[in-house]
Design a protein around this ligand. Structure first.
Ligand SMILES: NC(=O)c1ccc[n+]([C@@H]2O[C@H](COP(=O)([O-])OP(=O)(O)OC[C@H]3O[C@@H](n4cnc5c(N)ncnc54)[C@H](O)[C@@H]3O)[C@@H](O)[C@H]2O)c1
Length: 315
């Protein structure tokens, strides 16, 4: 034991650009394996590539499901601002008016296909169409989603089945099409799924969203396996888990307890805005995140970490 401790206390020698760890004289197989002459190479430690350039999406084309409005459209607009082309699939007949301004304003390609992500024929034909129109994809955001706000015992069969079909299986089948396409292109890529704070099993008042919570846990659960399975093809897979964000979905719902939590208890003391999510979404699609995969990004104003002390003192 004394030898073991001594070896850990040995200094680490460093030289410019590399770190060398000294051989351990410890006899234990485990320790000597760990401390065998190891040269930890620091590749490109102070790169000359301008960091802002790494966030560019120029030359990339991103498929966005649920991008006709709300968070999906905000993310599509952010992609366009960074020079990326967008291909939106959404069940609405038309996207928001502003969609039609993006191509000219940012000198990009923007295509829209009315699509139901729960229908195999609709999804596959829309997918083939946008690939043809854009010349190929480099990644996706899956934001198509629906929610139901009702007590568990009042949740109806057909609506619950539909929520799972859109949120979980819509993400699954979209991801499969995109992954197959990226593998064929041999250029790697990035997939970003929109999960939710509702996927985390937190002690926030999300009880009347049972089926929605379950669906978003399913979305989050897809990230790890796909990140591992697709990593060797250079395809990264991550998710974003937003708190309550202003959008057509949440504007139509009345959640006094949840509103109170975000406006008063969350460390940032407000509900989120779409612009709170777009920098993370575009980062994950860009080369700036080339070493980031298999992660879930909680963007909740800090509510997932705890409630603010001033709110605790009042209650
Ligand atoms: N707004 C929030 O607070 C919040 C928080 C966490 C997660 N989310 C998730 O973010 C995503 C976007 O939500 P939003 O708040 O912008 O809601 P939204 O209702 O404004 O947008 C959802 C979009 O999905 C589309 N859609 C629904 N069913 C579809 C289908 N079968 N096929 C194709 N498109 C379909 C809708 O037409 C709509 O454009 C959703 O997955 C949602 O669950 C939202």
């Amino acid at each position: 034991m004394s030898l073991f401790l001594k070896s850990f206390a040995r200094p680490v020698c460093s030289r410019a650009g590399s770190i060398y760890v000294r051989n351990s004289s410890v006899q234990s197989n485990v320790v000597s394996r760990t401390f065998a002459t190891t040269k930890i190479r620091q590749v490109d430690p102070y790169s000359d590539v301008k960091v802002t350039d790494r966030f560019s999406l120029k030359g990339k084309t991103i498929l966005v499901t649920g991008g006709a409005r709300g968070l999906g459209f905000a993310m599509s607009k952010a992609i366009a601002q960074l020079g990326g082309n967008i291909a939106i699939l959404d069940s609405l007949p038309e996207p928001v008016e502003e969609f039609h301004t993006l191509a000219d304003k940012h000198n990009i390609t923007a295509v829209y296909e009315q699509t139901d992500v729960t229908s195999q024929s609709s999804l596959e034909s829309a997918f083939a169409s946008v690939v043809k129109q854009t010349g190929g994809l480099n990644g996706c955001i899956t934001a198509a989603g629906i929610a139901l706000d009702a007590p568990f015992l009042e949740q109806p069969w057909d609506i619950c089945q539909k929520i799972l079909a859109v949120n979980v299986m819509g993400t699954f089948w979209t991801a499969k099409l995109v992954a197959q396409h990226l593998i064929e292109r041999k250029q790697g890529g990035s997939m970003v799924f929109i999960a939710s704070v509702a996927a985390q099993g937190l002690k926030v008042p999300l009880q009347t969203l049972a089926i929605y919570n379950m669906s978003k846990a399913g979305v989050k659960g897809l990230v790890g396996p796909l990140a591992v399975e697709l990593g060797e093809a250079g395809i990264r897979v991550n998710s974003i888990s937003p708190g309550v964000i202003a959008s057509p979905m949440t504007d139509g719902m009345i959640w006094p307890a949840l509103d109170d939590m975000f406006n008063n208890a969350a460390p940032m003391k407000r509900k989120g805005r779409p612009s709170d999510l777009t920098p993370t979404a575009t980062f994950l699609l860009s080369d700036a995140s080339e070493y980031t995969t298999g992660a879930d990004f909680l963007i909740t104003g800090g509510l997932h970490a705890g409630v603010s002390p001033s709110w605790l003192n009042k209650t």
